[in-house]
Design a protein around this ligand. Sequence first.
Ligand code: ADP
Length: 480
Amino acid sequence: MTIPNNKIYKVNSVRKNKNLKKDISPSVDIAHKLKVRAKEKENIRRKLAVTAKQLALVARENENARRKLVITAKKLALSASEKETARRSLAVTARELKRLHWTLEKKVLKRTKDLDQVRSKNEAILASIGDGLVVVDKEGKITYINKSFEEMLGWKSQEIIGKSMVEIVPREDVDGVEVQFKERILTQVLSGKKFVANLTNPFYYIRKDKSRFPVSSIIAPVVLASKIIGAVEVFRDITKEKEVDKAKTEFVSLASHQLRTPLSTVSWYSEMLLAGDVGDVTPEQKKYIEEIYRGNQRMVNLVNTLLDVSRIELGTFIVESKPTNIVKLVQGVIEEYRLQIREKRIHFSFSSEKSIPNIQVDPKILRMVVQNLLSNAIKYTPEGGRVFISLFAQKGNAVLFKIVDTGYGIPKNQQDKIFTKLFRADNVVGKDTEGTGLGLYIAKSIVEQSGGKIWFESSENKGTTFNVTLPLKRKNPKKA
Ligand code: ADP
């Protein structure tokens, strides 16, 4: 702080006036006071200088703080703009996402619609198949059935989905014997034992109302990544086919009956001519009449065989089962063929286990089986060949009949047709052998109707073995 000079002068002059009276050396005193005053002034100046420095410092600090504030403000402004930019770009992204979402949603909706259409189309196709269709999972539980299944078996889809096919739809053989779970083809296909089963042997499915109908079916496994994950079965009601078959068989039966009368007439008259009952015939005439007689005999055999076939198919064969000694029966048939065996110089043998029990069977039809198999063995074995017959008692109350020959054999590629009606293998047709192709069909039908099995092993030009097993007693068959 600066004190004005005139004020200092005023103070000094007042003091000067007061001190004039008492101080006798006023000049010394004034000098001293001036010195003091100067010192004080100097102190004040220094303090003022310090204060000024401090003020300058404070001002600098303020300036720094201001600058920092400016920087912060700038930064804040910058981050605000960045934020704004980010916000804008987020908004764009969100819009883009929304657009993509809609596009996707539209695509999904379209795909779903397409899939629905394909599914409905597939379902419509499956539903309109005339054959019954069932799909099961690997446990044999029903996962899908079509409309024809519902109509044929009387079950509604919602009643049986998830239930076991084998339990819901029992299967019976021709005799009305229910096929057991393990033997059901579906069970075997699911366990991988059979790959595709084409069941041509008619069997019956039981409807919900317990009535039954004949079916033929194809069962195949559903395989995914080499694992069986289920099976699909397509089956057909063959009632109509069976009726047509029956009508055909009835026609053959009728025709055969009608043929028998004229054939018998030809037979009688040729016998009479040969016996000379109506006068002598020349050797040449005799030769022709013998031809007529033999040809007629073949025709009689064929007609009789056709009649047997139609009787078997129509179930009109009168079967009279009784305890039958199969050893004696086979020996009897062998005797019938002794002459042929000798003529062809066949090495023949027969062996039988000692304790062969009696079988409950109609001896008349069993004889037909043995006759067919023995006559074939002789017929299809060249001169000097060998034929053996053997009989064994089998575990499980059955008898095994085995006939082995060293004949022409059956070509591998025709073996699956050998039991079908009228089939004769190529390798024997060219040879001097006569046949109708009905013998094995008849034999198989009889054996299976008696509850037995027939099968063979054969290799061309080496020989053939036919095996027949027959149960001692037929399991109580229920008739269709
Ligand atoms: P066929 O009257 O022709 O003998 P089958 O039904 O008895 O009729 O036999 C059908 C066919 O099976 C025969 O034509 C023949 O090709 C073949 N066959 C049957 N048995 C034998 C056998 N023991 N050896 C070779 N082929 C056989």
